[in-house]
Design a protein around this ligand. Structure first.
Ligand code: ZN
Ligand code: ZN
Length: 875
């Protein structure tokens, strides 16, 4: 028994139910299947702290479109979902929550804190999954993973030990980016640069021997307390003689050397720079070359430490003011200059990041970056659109070692143990009982955890069971497409690529499909402060998931941002309505004899025209989807369903169907055939409504659910180019006559005879019935030429149509109306004409404004011309 469609389209009535039916059908589950080719997408795991925002909603929609498309194409399609523990983000949230309860993280201790964190995960981790389900995501939930689950943690330890053994992970004193608010190191990719108004303070440092001063400038004067040298370029003639002398560091009194190093830019400022190895990455390198002491003057919270002397305990900015004041009093401040400069901020909390020397774990990047670039260069891994490859190369070429240790608790604890007896480090996959070097039992595990991206970098293979050799891993890896925003190419995409290439010996995915950000209707970024964010769940509540999905696909082009507005969602909902009503119309009039989606044997001209267009649609939409052009594909579907199917073909066949008989049955067969195909093509974008209608179509012989129905294929025998062209000539006449009638305000009920002068009498003859029904013709006469007094003429490419006016309108009234319109048009032409003759307007107004006026003038002239022609015809 086929389903009956409800009278009105109400997604609430079926979206939830449909999703449950899909789950019960097991359609989302994929398993290694030697008879099919795999198609795999691993979902970028959202943070467990997160709620679904519009960006996720787009991520979900695009991935689901691709996976549904491939599943219907006959691939064993796996969309593997999961969540990220998001160490820094989650820990910050829990710390905040504890703070509200008056509890400090340290009071709870590591164990207590982690217990709270897992509770948090239990409570909130499922929220986003429920929201993804509401979107219609056809993920294989049986395979859902979590970056901190047992399997992923095993993969993390495996990779850490492997890289350590290969010398690609090391522990060392390095300059890292320190966030004084999050109190942890963060990686280069986690620093966002912002333009700040600041100063250049020009200082002078005296030579210890009393032979004068040397001048230099700094943007961070408080770091001078940690200066251990001053440097000039070895070729700089101005200073050659002075290199080797010592300077007395102002306020501190420490003697520091004047050194020569090629890092210094002779052209910039005085060509002299202060060297603070503990607080600047370049200075740190200079310090290594010259074996300079490293003096850290900052605490973890960016207050000054005991090295800060009288400034100890002050906040960095407070100390800056005090130091500048003291330098000025001591005569060391030459001048202060305003200066706009780039300041690094923590991507989590926006605090200004301090470069700081500390002991951390690093991944040696150079040996990993080369092969990871090669796979993109040789085309085995492609960015869509291609231009993102350049950004990727640029980053990889300039990459520094990746600081992977974090001073956090929520995450994968670093599998390294320190021996109190011999001081050596034991790195092991499983907790050792004894030191690997001396056999001593006094060992302590490193307190730090790994950067959250360390585990997500392994996501494409850890989720498939690696390091175990599972059937899933050998079948689904390398995965096919990664769908993500351009904002995390560095954080995540690049790291997955080198991790895959290095650990698996194979690329993690073949394509990276990059999408843009969603902006509001005015093109602004959505943000809390602007209050212009949109909650996808509210949109679904109001309009349904299909309308939201269609909106997110419409106009979507790889790599480009898109705008979102309520208006667009309403347009999507209207489209769903239109589809619903058209389907209902087809089904209500469907004869019981039509029991399948098969085509009839005999086809009319309009059937062939319609099928030919549909056939082309199949080819193009398939091609677009294969090339990630989802926005193009969905636009074609929208236009076909709205214009060709609903507005044309249904109208064309109404009379046939009403008349009944064999011809009616054939029209119905064509209608359900194309409807069945169009629903399948639309299914990846609008899964719910297409399923609901599919259930009501005579589609039993094909598949119980549209989501596992075969994807339509292009059929050469349905390509009717000649008929397509012929029928479009008939349509042209219908459109032209309709337009003219509407311009002249002729009510649809008022019929008139059409005289069609044409060189294609046979074609026009075939259109006669349609002209009567769709172009207000009471009668049609076709000939070589006509000469008819008092008739409106309409011209198309192949015909000149005469419509006797007396039959259409009251001539006197019409003349009067046109006279008035003519006067108005003449006034407009004269007004814009004068304006454009006025040199003070044309010369002074911006070009855009002048051009707009020119356009208005042209429009008024065109209108006037038409009115004059119409008046002529009335004579
Ligand atoms: Zn921070
Ligand atoms: Zn030991």
């Amino acid at each position: 028994m086929r389903k009956q469609l409800d009278k009105t389209y109400d997604p609430k009535q079926f979206e939830e139910k449909t999703y449950q039916a899909w789950l019960q059908g097991g359609y989302f589950h994929a398993k290694p299947n030697p008879d099919k080719r795999p198609y795999t997408i691993v979902m970028p795991p959202p943070n467990i702290t997160g709620q679904l925002h519009l960006g996720h909603a787009m991520d979900c929609t695009l991935q689901d479109c691709l996976i549904r498309f491939r599943r219907m194409q006959g691939y064993e399609a796996l969309w593997l979902p999961g969540a990220d523990h998001a160490s820094i983000a989650t820990e910050a949230k829990i710390v905040q929550k504890l703070k509200e309860e008056g509890v400090d993280k340290q009071d709870l201790g590591r164990e207590g804190f982690l217990k709270r964190a897992w509770e948090w995960k239990e409570q909130y981790g499922g929220r986003i999954v429920e929201q993804q389900k509401k979107m219609g995501s056809s993920c294989d939930w049986d395979r859902a993973r979590f970056t901190l689950d047992e399997g992923c943690s095993k993969a993390v330890n495996e990779v850490f030990c492997k890289l350590y053994d290969e010398g690609l992970i090391y522990r060392g004193e390095r300059i890292i980016n320190w966030c004084p608010t999050c109190k942890t190191s963060i990686s280069d990719a986690e620093v966002e640069y912002e333009d700040h108004a600041g100063h250049f303070w020009h200082l002078r440092y005296p030579f210890t021997d009393g032979s004068g001063y040397i001048e230099l400038a700094t943007t961070r004067p408080e770091t001078m307390l940690g200066d251990t040298a001053v440097a000039v370029h070895p070729d700089d003639e101005r200073y050659k003689a002075m290199v080797g002398k010592t300077l007395t560091l102002p306020l501190v009194g420490r003697e520091i050397p004047l050194i020569a190093d090629e890092y210094v830019d002779m052209e910039f400022g005085t060509g002299v720079v202060k060297i603070t190895p503990a607080h600047d990455p370049n200075d740190f390198e200079v310090g290594l070359r010259h074996e300079l002491p490293v003096i850290n003057v900052l605490n973890e919270d960016a207050t000054l430490n005991e090295q800060g002397g009288k400034y100890a305990g002050m906040d960095r900015y407070e100390a800056r003011r005090a130091i500048v004041r003291d330098l000025e009093e001591g005569g060391f401040l030459v001048r202060t200059e305003d200066h706009q400069h780039n300041v690094g901020a923590c991507y989590r909390c926006r605090s200004v990041v301090e470069p700081r020397v500390s002991k951390q774990w690093f991944v040696r990047m150079e040996p990993l970056a080369g092969p990871a670039m090669e796979v993109v260069k040789n085309g085995s891994l492609q960015f869509v659109p291609e231009r993102f490859a350049k950004i990727y190369y640029h980053w990889m070429e300039n990459i520094r070692d990746w600081c992977i240790s974090r001073q956090l608790w929520w995450g994968h604890r670093i599998p390294a143990w320190y021996c109190d007896d011999c001081g050596e480090i034991t790195v092991a996959k499983f907790a050792p009982e004894r030191c690997a070097h001396c056999g001593g039992s006094h060992i302590r595990q490193d307190e730090d955890t790994l950067d959250t991206w360390f585990s997500s970098a392994l996501w494409p293979f850890s989720t498939l069971g690696w390091p175990d050799k599972t059937p899933e891993l050998s079948y689904f890896y390398p995965t096919d497409t990664l769908v993500t925003g351009y904002d995390i190419i560095f954080f995540w995409v690049a790291r997955m690529i080198f991790s895959g290439v290095h650990n698996m010996g194979e690329i993690p995915f073949k394509n990276v499909f990059i999408h843009g950000l969603i902006r509001d209707a005015q093109g602004r970024k959505m943000s809390k402060s602007l209050g212009n964010g949109v909650d996808p769940m509210e949109v679904i509540e109001q309009y349904g998931a299909d309308a939201l999905r269609l909106t997110l696909c419409t106009g979507n082009s790889p790599g480009n941002d898109m705008r979102f507005s309520d208006e667009k969602v309403r347009a999507s909902r209207n489209f769903a309505n239109k589809l619903w009503n058209a389907s209902r119309f087809i089904l209500m009039n469907l004869s019981d004899e039509v029991t399948s989606l098969d085509l009839p044997r005999e086809l009319t001209l309009e059937d062939k025209w319609f099928l030919s267009l549909y056939n082309r649609l199949v080819r193009e939409v398939t091609d677009n989807l294969e090339h990630f052009e989802l926005g193009v594909a969905v636009q074609k579907l929208y236009d076909f369903i709205w214009d060709i199917l609903c507005d044309w073909y249904i109208e064309l066949t109404k009379a046939r169907i009403a008349a009944g008989g064999e011809s009616a049955k054939r029209a119905q067969q064509v209608l359900v055939h194309v409807m069945g195909g169009a629903l399948r093509l639309l299914h990846p974008f609008m899964p719910f409504i297409t399923e609901e209608i599919w259930q009501a179509l005579p589609s039993e012989g094909i598949s119980e659910s549209v989501m596992v129905a075969p994807w339509p294929e292009y059929r050469p025998e349905l390509c009717f180019e000649r008929e397509e062209e012929e029928f479009s000539k008939i349509m042209e006449v219908i459109k032209a006559v309709r337009n003219r009638r509407s311009e002249m305000n002729v009510p649809p009920s008022r019929k008139a005879k059409l005289y069609i002068a044409t060189g294609l009498p046979e074609t026009m003859e075939k259109g006669a019935a349609f002209f009567e029904r769709l172009a207000g013709a009471s009668e049609v006469e076709i000939g070589q030429s006509f000469s008819i007094e008092g008739a409106v003429q309409v011209v198309t490419g192949d015909a000149r149509i005469f419509i006797p006016l007396g039959e259409l309108i009251d001539l006197d009234k019409e003349r009067e109306r046109l006279q008035k319109e003519r006067e108005q048009a003449e006034q407009d032409v004269s007004f814009f004409g004068k304006k454009l003759e006025n040199p003070s307007f044309v010369d002074r107004a911006p070009e855009k404004v002048v051009n707009a006026e020119r356009e208005k003038l042209q429009k008024a002239k065109d209108r006037l011309q038409k009115i004059v022609e119409s008046l002529e015809a009335l004579k």
